[in-house]
Design a binder for this molecule. Structure first.
Ligand code: NAD
Length: 269
């Protein structure tokens, strides 16, 4: 779908959650983006202005996407909801040929393939980004580069204790990119766990450790081990504001990126 309007009309799905309300607050100061509707079943019919501490008191909050999309036609849907419903939400939006920026984690490789096939038919542009923070995107890029020379690596990701899924989508994307980039074979360790889970979980043959504690927002360390040396790179999102420049960049540029794109790094090149 080509962009035909100077203002981009946006609907936020999950608008009253931690990320959704940050998106709503950011949209308020964006000149080219116009919030036209919100969806959040917990607050349907409520006052979006009060709930998000913005002046959006007249923007309706619908109880679900189907209801919202029969009443209004956004150019782009931004989604920060929950892993259990993201696939159905994406199908609803894509079936209408509307563009979608997905921050919600939990979509599997198979889900992405299925959605990509749908996108090819309906013409929606979709970006799925496990992490919208520019620092985290750079951490993934740099990790893949280091892994060419230092193949022995493990990931530690640390998040707040209300996060639904583990490991994080960022850790999984990092592991995928490292696995793609590795040329040399990593050394195996022969450790026997005396406590199940002590060595973390494997994804693309890379060990990921997930920490969940109050106080954290979103943090990740990638540790590389060599002969007599280690190299650690670390990224910290200290505030949900860290994700907003990436989300806004995605919404403004989605018109230039047809198909289903996985990872914000594809919008930075
Ligand atoms: P949250 O629980 O604070 O918010 C989720 C919101 O979705 C809630 O307000 C809830 O009422 C709403 N919701 C539930 N069911 C819904 C439905 N059927 N339709 C519409 N809304 C519905 O969660 P959060 O911390 O805002 O995180 C949301 C998602 O974003 C998670 O998957 C999280 O991992 C992910 N996340 C991604 C990034 C990124 O950069 N990509 C960053 C942070 C969080």
């Amino acid at each position: 779908m080509e962009r035909r309007f100077s203002m981009i009309k946006v609907l936020v799905n999950g608008a009253c959650g931690r990320m959704g309300s940050e998106v709503v607050r950011t949209l308020e100061v964006e000149k080219d983006l116009q919030l036209i509707a919100a969806v959040d079943p917990q607050h349907a019919g409520g006052n979006l202005g009060m709930l998000t501490r913005t002046n959006y008191k007249d923007i309706p909050i619908y109880k679900n996407l189907n209801e919202a999309l029969t009443i209004c036609v956004p150019d782009v849907v931004i989604d920060f909801t929950t892993p259990s419903i993201i696939k159905e939400s994406a199908k609803t939006v894509i079936s209408k040929g509307i563009h979608m920026v997905i921050g919600t984690t939990g979509l599997t490789v198979e889900d992405r393939e299925e959605l990509s096939n749908m996108v090819d038919i309906t013409g929606s542009h979709v970006l799925i980004a496990p992490n919208f923070s520019l620092g985290a995107v750079l951490l993934i890029k740099v990790s893949a580069e280091i892994a060419k020379y230092m193949p022995n690596t493990e990931i530690i990701e640390l998040h707040h204790n209300h996060k639904y899924d583990a490991p994080s989508g960022t850790a999984k994307l990092t592991a995928e990119k490292i696995a793609e980039a590795r040329i040399l074979t990593a050394e195996k360790d022969n450790t026997k766990e005396s406590l199940i889970g002590a060595r973390g979980g494997k994804y693309h043959d890379i060990t990921i450790h997930s920490v969940r504690l109050p106080g954290y927002v979103a943090h990740q360390e990638v540790l590389f081990g060599g002969h007599g040396e280690t190299l650690t790179i670390k990224h910290d999102s200290l505030d949900r504001k860290s994700f907003m420049p990436g989300v806004m960049l995605a919404v403004k540029n989605i018109f230039k990126h047809p198909g289903l794109v996985y990872g914000l790094e594809n919008y930075l090149e």
